[in-house]
Ligand binder design. Structure first.
Ligand code: AMP
Ligand code: MN
Ligand code: ZN
Length: 935
């Protein structure tokens, strides 16, 4: 070869190399740029399922709810098979004659088929099917771009026709086919129905009753193979390309091959079933001489088929999301696959794998994607191994890992890194940085980041429930961090007030005249227009009336008005402070303090909404402090002290309220059990670490309770239980299975138990605090650190209870309102306290009705005992009229304190508390007296 040519070749090679390096670099850059976009990819990439309005299996960590046919067995058999009886009958008495009459059937697949994509067509199909004795079914699923997968196509073949049903277009209308599938006198032929049966339940609440599964027949007949391909080839001489099974069945229109394939899967099933039944029959007739000891073939095939129908779809739920995937990745590496086995023993590696798996699980649910689409196992390993520090490095690591591992497999077709990773890269910094934090914190904060008020990702029917079931805690974490409540000393009075307004007042109107109905037509609540629009915009509800506006929810809300005493919500009111007319913020205020009302006879409580009004934060404060004063007045007048004083031993707590009457005359002198308990708690948990001055203050509080003597740790522990009734104590112990360090049978949780309990949702301490009857929990300065967690939980409760309160985006607040509709009776804000410069923490008042399981009436905390004594006294001395008069006094006191100018028409200090009947109502007792005899 001449040197010239050699040079040419070298130059060519060199330039090729340069070019390829250049293009690779360009490609990498492009990919990286693509990878660093910050907005969620879903905003620009709508998926077919985003048009679904109703999903039965959402992506939340909650169990699947099966169809319930009768209310009667709903209690006992939660999630039992709705057609268990019908299927059992088939199993016991499977004498079904299979005469499919396919003799006349044209085996050859014609060119014509019916594509079903409108509701009308679907109804027509249901009609056709209801007249069949048998039809064949197959389904195609999509699972890559969905977390739980969804049915993308259903093929149904009768003897005369092949139907291809577009289950994406008809997703919300599919109920129409429920009856034919559940009809025991129509036989459904499937091949290998195990999955199809569950998928139909998951997506449509369709339950198959009376199944003939050709795969089961193969089993019974001991066929060499039981695949559909085998049967098609053997009985019909048809070859299929089963690879088409893995196509993307969401695409529309379907390709010619896919259409052909889909039809083939159902078209020949009736014919094949007929052949198999003939064979089964033949075996039976051969065995007819000795029927007892032989397998009855037809029966057995039918029985095995219908056993498949009895299966129920379940959502697998892990306690720690992603945990099982993480364990399997880690154990695979401990076993030395993948070449970095030494790493697998590394705790940091394991921790990162767990975090990444949790993140992947959460992100897959939030975006409704499969795990493998979000992030591959090999990418997780690479990330946990290398611990990348830059976003670029993260992207490179992921794409390399996916390239290295079986580049032949389908996974290499997937974008790597996935759009999920690319548009949420900041999460990784977070995952990698916060190495010491707890996994569930990471998990919660990420969820907040994506689906929270200013979340990056779209909310859908698939992920709505994740948020609505988790955002309580999220809000608390976010709010407490943002506002720095951690150091309550830094929160000045002004800031505190602002925060109070922000967090607890109802910024958007509480009362509107738009209505929300449940899917069964029951009125859930009145609300504002924006809320309606929110639901409708997201396809979570449909408009049922436009004047005045009304919607019907397409999902089952967590609470119903009738769950609790929620009649308040089914009324319409003005959204202003009744005191001054303020429109921007207000909260509910109870005119009759709960400490009394909770002890009223039931029928006198019924008119609660009359005595619950909206007040702005300022009027609220005025009203509250006036009420506190008025309580003292009542206490003096009746000689019934507000606080229990000096209970020497917790055992004596039961008699304390009797003792106190005689022993105490100044209501100011005592230590409230609540004060006592918070002081004791703070000392126990943080005593050694708190400033000595504060420690001494708290010690004095506790000592005052013990009559001024020196106190021991045991005393502190005992003090924690003061005010709890024996019943409450027992409940606490039973619930948490814990015991006191010093005294037997009483419960102060140790740190470990406490944190366990907290991670499960409630800490024993929370519970201990929550049994308070009055509901007010004042954080005074020094205890803040000790009580922070409890306090925050309470705040959240409050925030959610306040429902439409807070100035978070309407979306979130509205959701939380709807979600916890049943607990929105939150007007216990009267406990807004007098403490200086701190944010007061409230929690839902145990109102006697609020939670039947708790019995706050027994509690000695707060003003509960005082209230009970007053009410008992009134009832004894004056009967129910005494109570009515008492209420009137409180209304009068309220009017005097606030001079309300904006009370609703009809509000009256003299309000009877009896049921008000319309002037012309025949039930009106006054009217009755005048009804003429002939009237
Ligand atoms: P078939 O019962 O063969 O019609 O399959 C029904 C659905 O199951 C298909 O649409 C696929 O989503 C899924 N499927 C079945 N087998 C496989 C497989 N080997 N790989 C991927 N997906 C499959
Ligand atoms: Mn198929
Ligand atoms: Zn997103």
């Amino acid at each position: 070869m001449e040197s010239k040519e050699k040079i040419k070749i070298v130059v060519a090679i060199a330039s090729f190399a340069v070019l390829s390096i250049f293009f690779t670099a360009q490609y990498r850059k492009r990919r990286y740029r693509k990878c660093t976009q910050s907005s969620c990819y879903l905003h620009t990439e709508p998926k077919p399922q985003s048009s679904f309005k109703r999903v039965l299996a959402d992506n939340s960590y909650s169990a699947f709810k099966h169809l319930k046919l009768s209310e009667s067995n709903s209690e006992t058999s939660l999630n039992s098979h709705p057609y268990e009886a019908e299927i059992s009958a088939l199993l016991e008495n499977a004498e079904i004659e299979f005469s499919f009459g396919t003799e006349s059937m044209d085996l050859k697949m014609s060119d014509s088929y019916v594509w079903v994509e409108t509701e009308l067509q679907l109804k027509e199909l249901a009609d056709v099917l209801s007249k069949q004795r048998v039809f064949a079914v197959d389904t195609e699923q999509h699972s890559l771009r969905s977390f739980l997968g969804f049915t993308a196509l259903i093929q149904i073949s009768t003897q005369n026709e092949d139907y291809l049903v577009d289950t994406i277009a008809l997703h919300d209308a599919f109920d129409v086919l429920q009856p034919v599938f559940a009809n025991p006198s129509i036989c459904k032929v499937f091949h290998g129905a195990d999955n199809d049966v569950l998928w139909l339940q998951r997506d449509f609440h369709i339950y198959v009753v009376n199944l003939f599964d050709t795969a089961k027949a193969c089993e019974v007949l001991s066929k060499p193979q039981k695949s559909l391909a085998y049967l098609l080839e053997t009985y019909c001489g048809v070859a299929t390309n089963k690879l088409l099974q893995r196509e993307d069945w969401r695409q529309r229109p379907l390709s010619v091959e896919m259409l052909e394939y889909a039809r083939t899967d159902a078209h020949y099933l009736l014919y094949i079933a007929n052949c198999l039944i003939a064979e089964l029959r033949q075996h039976d007739s051969e065995n007819s001489c000795c029927p007892d000891d032989k397998l009855h073939f037809v029966l057995e095939a039918s029985r095995r088929s219908n056993t498949v129908c009895l299966q129920l779809y379940i959502k697998e739920i892990e306690i720690t999301p992603g945990e099982s995937a993480a364990s399997s990745i880690i154990s695979r590496h401990l076993n030395g696959q993948g070449g970095i086995s030494s790493k697998a023993c590394d705790l940091q590696f394991q921790d990162l794998v767990r975090r990444l798996c949790t993140w992947r699980d959460l992100m897959a649910r939030v975006h409704d994607e499969s795990l493998r689409y979000v992030l591959s196992d090999q990418a997780i390993i690479a990330l946990a191994d290398k611990v990348p520090t830059t976003q670029k490095e993260i992207c490179t690591l992921i794409s390399q890992a996916d390239l290295n591992v079986d580049s032949l497999s389908s996974s290499s077709i997937l974008p790597s890194p996935s759009p999920v990773v690319c548009s949420h890269l900041e999460d990784f910094n977070y995952l990698f940085q916060d190495k010491m934090g707890k996994l569930d914190d990471v998990f919660l904060e990420i969820l907040q980041k994506h689906l929270g008020p200013e979340g990056s990702c779209p909310l859908s029917v698939f992920n709505y429930a994740i948020l609505s079931k988790t955002n309580l805690k999220l809000t608390y974490r976010l709010v407490s961090k943002q506002n720095g409540i951690k150091n309550s000393k830094q929160v000045g009075q002004k800031a505190s007030r602002e925060l109070f307004v922000k967090k607890f007042s109802c910024k958007s109107p509480v009362y509107h005249n738009c209505r929300i109905f449940a899917s069964d037509g029951r009125l859930l609540c009145y609300c504002d227009r924006r809320k309606l629009e929110w639901y409708v915009r997201r396809g979570l509800a449909k408009l049922v009336d436009d004047n005045p506006l009304a919607i019907m929810l397409l999902f089952e809300p967590k609470g119903r008005p009738e769950d609790e005493d929620n009649d308040f919500y089914v009324q319409s009111k003005k959204n202003i402070c009744v005191g001054c007319g303020e429109r921007n913020h207000y909260l509910r205020y109870r005119i009759i303090p709960s400490c009394y009302r909770m002890h009223f006879p039931e029928h006198l409580k019924s008119h609660r909404s009359h005595d619950i009004v909206l007040l702005c934060v300022d009027c609220h404060e005025v009203a509250h402090s006036a009420a506190e004063k008025y309580k003292k007045k009542i206490a003096a007048e009746f000689g019934i002290p507000l606080f229990v004083l000096k209970v020497v031993d917790s055992r004596e707590a039961q008699v304390a309220s009797q003792l106190s009457t005689s022993e105490v005359n100044t209501v100011e002198a005592g230590v409230s059990p609540l004060q006592l308990r918070t002081a004791a708690m703070a000392l126990l948990r943080h005593g050694p670490r708190m400033p000595s001055k504060r420690r001494e203050e708290l010690r004095q509080t506790v000592m005052k309770y013990y009559g001024g003597r020196e106190i021991t740790e045991e005393d502190l522990e005992k003090a924690l239980l003061v005010g709890m009734s024996p019943h409450e104590r027992k409940r606490l112990e039973r619930k948490k299975g814990m015991s006191l360090k010093h005294s037997k049978g009483t419960g102060f949780p140790n740190k470990e138990q406490e944190s366990n309990a907290r991670s499960m949702g409630t800490s024993p301490i929370d519970n201990a605090l929550k049994v308070d009857g009055e509901g007010g929990l004042n954080t005074t300065k020094g205890e803040a650190c000790g009580k922070q967690e409890n306090g925050n939980d309470l705040e959240i409760t409050m925030e959610v209870l306040a429902g439409d309160s807070n100035n978070l985006s309407p979306d979130r607040s509205e959701m939380s309102e709807m979600k916890d509709m049943c607990v929105m009776d939150t007007d216990n804000c009267e406990s807004r306290s007098q403490s200086e410069g701190t944010l007061d923490l409230f929690y839902p008042k145990s109102d006697g009705n609020a939670s039947p399981k708790h019995n706050p009436k027994l509690s000695l905390l707060g003003h509960g005992p005082h209230g009970k004594e007053v009410v008992d006294h009134l009832l004894k001395e004056y009967g129910e009229d005494g109570i009515r008069e008492f209420c009137q006094r409180w209304r009068q006191a309220f009017v005097e304190a606030i001079h309300p100018r904006f009370l609703p028409a009809g509000w009256d200090v003299m309000h009877s508390g009896r049921r008000d009947f319309g002037e012309f109502s025949v039930y009106n007792p006054a009217k009755k007296a005048f009804v003429p005899a002939d009237g």
